[in-house]
Structures are given as structure tokens and as C-alpha cells.
Design a protein around this ligand. Structure first.
Ligand SMILES: Cc1ncc(COP(=O)(O)O)c(C=O)c1O
Length: 304
């Protein structure tokens, strides 16, 4: 079976889902998206979609910013996603990309008087960053965009040019990821991940006001740390120098899972190896995400 896409209100084979070159979103970035993982559990012979509801709630909020009204409820969006993955017959790890966009083929910068469409794509997806050895990061020379420019709490396509600047700068400098600072020089986030540091057996992560995407992995990690390891998270502003002095550091994201950070700006973090708390959280998170930890199975929607 070819993979399918949901496009213009129907399920079509992926190669047939094409947009016209005058589509508004293509020219002006007037679209918003989500990234959701489906994780294959071979013991259960099941593909589990992880926290689909929370992703669709966030998509609906991003749509509000762009004046896009989705004609579907959260329940319907979740069900459509299950149907799409099942129809595509995937039995391996997948990445699901819902994207709501201004679909009118017209020029003119605006959000009003335009039609909207929702598409959903599903594709196979390997590791995004190295979760086994940890990664090197740089702090980016590109500042995180402010809430009153393009709100980073919305997952808005046009905004991701800011992230792309940071990512490519980091990779071209020999690192795997760039950490962006806010316009007033506090730590914000990676190009596709939230950031945590560990100090004195406590997690510290930038606040909701530090121009971050409110990550679903971030929230999951804070809950697992508290409920399973008895570790509290302090949400507060973080200075750049605190990164260098942290005992441990890791990034969180749907694509990145929990990715240990072993160096930032050519300074070793902790011992330069994966920290103890990072390792414990990683194991816990993978067990939850793949449906192996039954206590959290309500976060995993079975496809088959
Ligand atoms: C800029 C940015 N920050 C953080 C995240 C992590 O969010 P989540 O854990 O919901 O995937 C992502 C990924 O979606 C992202 O693109």
C-alpha cells in the first residue's frame, strides 16, 4: 500500500497530494503544524500514537493565531490520524505531520478573506538527534523571535525560518543543535526542542514567557520526573552561563525524545557524558512513549 495523506478533506495516495504554486501559505508562511510520533511496539504488535490529543489542542491554538477555523473536533482529528496511519499500513516508527494552511491561490499579505485547508502526512522517521551518545550544541547568534513579532508559542510555519537560521549556523559550526536566546539574553530553546538543565537533583527549564513552544515532551518530562523520580522542576529564567555550569543538560521534543547535551560552546557539561538523571528520565520516557509502561498507557492511542 502506498502511504496516504489527508488532503482537501479526503484520504489520497501521498504522490497525488499536491498544492498549486500560488498557494498563499507557500508564499507567506501562513500555516501552522504539529509533529506527532507513532511508536511501534513489537511485543504488543501495536503502533502507539503518543499524546495525539495534546498535539491537536496545540494545533487548534496555533490556528487561532492565524485565524484558521478547523472544521473538526479534537476527537475527530485524533480519529482521522488513526485512520490515516492504519490505511497506510505502517508497522514501524512513524512521524505524523498535520498542517493547517491558507489554501487560496492568491497574492497579498493578510490572514483574512482566505480559505483554509488541513493536511495530514505520515512518514517513517528515524532518530533526529543522537540520543545514545549525546550532542554538542552552540548558543545561537540568532535571537529568538518575540511574542509580539510572531508568537513562538504557536507552531507557525513562517516562524520556523528563525529556527532554521539557528540550526544551520550550529551544524555549520560542527554542533548538532543551536540554543537560541531571547532578545533580552535569557535561554529560550533549541530549533526544535525545549531545554532543561539539572542542578542539585532538580530540573530547571525556561518559563512559558521565554519565547518557547510549550512542548508536550517538556510537560511529559516534568510530570514523569515528579511522579516517578520525585524530582521537581523549577520553571524560571536561565542565563547563558548557567548552561556552562550545569551538572547535566538535555533537550526534549517529539522528534528529539530526550537528547542529552554533553557540550555547549566547546565547554563540557558535567563530566561530558550522559548524566544520571538524564539517563533515568530517558529510559522512563522511552518506556512510556512506546507503551511499555502501562501506568501511562492512556497517552498512547493504538492504531491497530
Ligand atoms: C521550537 C520547538 N520547541 C520545542 C519543541 C518540542 O515540542 P514537543 O515536545 O511538543 O514536540 C518543538 C517541537 O515540536 C519545537 O519545534
Amino acid at each position: 500500500m502506498p502511504p496516504y495523506a489527508f488532503f482537501q478533506k479526503e484520504y489520497v495516495p501521498l504522490p497525488e497530494a499536491k498544492i498549486g504554486i500560488m498557494t498563499h501559505a507557500f508564499h507567506y508562511g501562513t500555516a501552522c503544524f504539529e509533529g506527532i510520533r507513532g511508536n511501534w511496539n513489537p511485543d504488543d504488535e501495536q503502533l502507539y500514537i503518543f499524546r495525539g490529543r495534546e498535539h491537536y489542542k496545540r494545533l487548534v491554538n496555533s490556528c487561532k493565531l492565524l485565524k484558521i477555523e478547523l472544521p473538526y473536533s479534537i476527537d475527530e482529528l485524533c480519529q482521522m490520524t488513526v485512520d490515516l496511519v492504519r490505511k497506510s499500513e505502517y508497522k514501524e516508527d512513524v512521524y505524523i505531520r498535520p498542517l493547517a494552511y491558507k489554501s487560496t491561490e492568491a497574492f497579498g499579505v493578510r490572514l483574512h478573506d482566505l480559505d483554509d485547508d488541513l493536511l495530514i502526512i505520515v512518514t517513517t522517521f528515524g532518530p533526529y538527534l543522537d540520543v545514545t551518545k549525546g550532542i554538542k550544541c552552540t548558543t545561537s547568534s540568532w535571537r529568538r523571535i518575540d511574542d509580539n513579532m510572531i508568537p513562538p508559542r504557536g507552531k507557525i510555519c513562517g516562524l520556523y525560518v528563525n529556527n532554521a537560521f539557528a540550526k544551520t549556523e550550529a551544524v555549520e559550526a560542527g554542533a548538532a543543535e543551536g540554543i537560541m536566546l531571547t532578545s533580552d539574553d535569557y535561554v529560550s530553546e533549541g530549533s526544535g526542542e525545549n531545554i532543561f538543565i539539572v542542578n542539585d537533583s532538580r530540573l530547571i527549564t525556561p518559563t512559558v514567557n521565554d519565547r518557547i513552544l510549550l512542548g508536550i515532551t517538556r510537560e511529559t518530562v516534568m510530570q514523569l520526573a515528579k511522579d516517578e523520580l520525585g524530582i521537581e522542576t523549577l520553571e524560571r529564567r536561565v542565563d547563558r552561563s548557567e548552561l556552562y555550569m550545569a551538572e547535566e543538560c538535555f533537550l526534549t521534543g517529539t522528534a528529539a525524545h530526550i537528547t542529552p547535551v554533553v557540550a555547549i560552546d566547546n565547554r563540557k557539561i558535567g563530566t561530558g557524558n550522559i548524566g544520571k538523571i538524564t539517563g533515568d528520565l530517558q529510559k522512563l520516557y522511552f518506556d512510556v512513549e512506546f507503551g511499555r509502561n502501562r501506568k501511562y498507557i492512556q497517552w498512547c492511542t493504538p492504531v491497530y
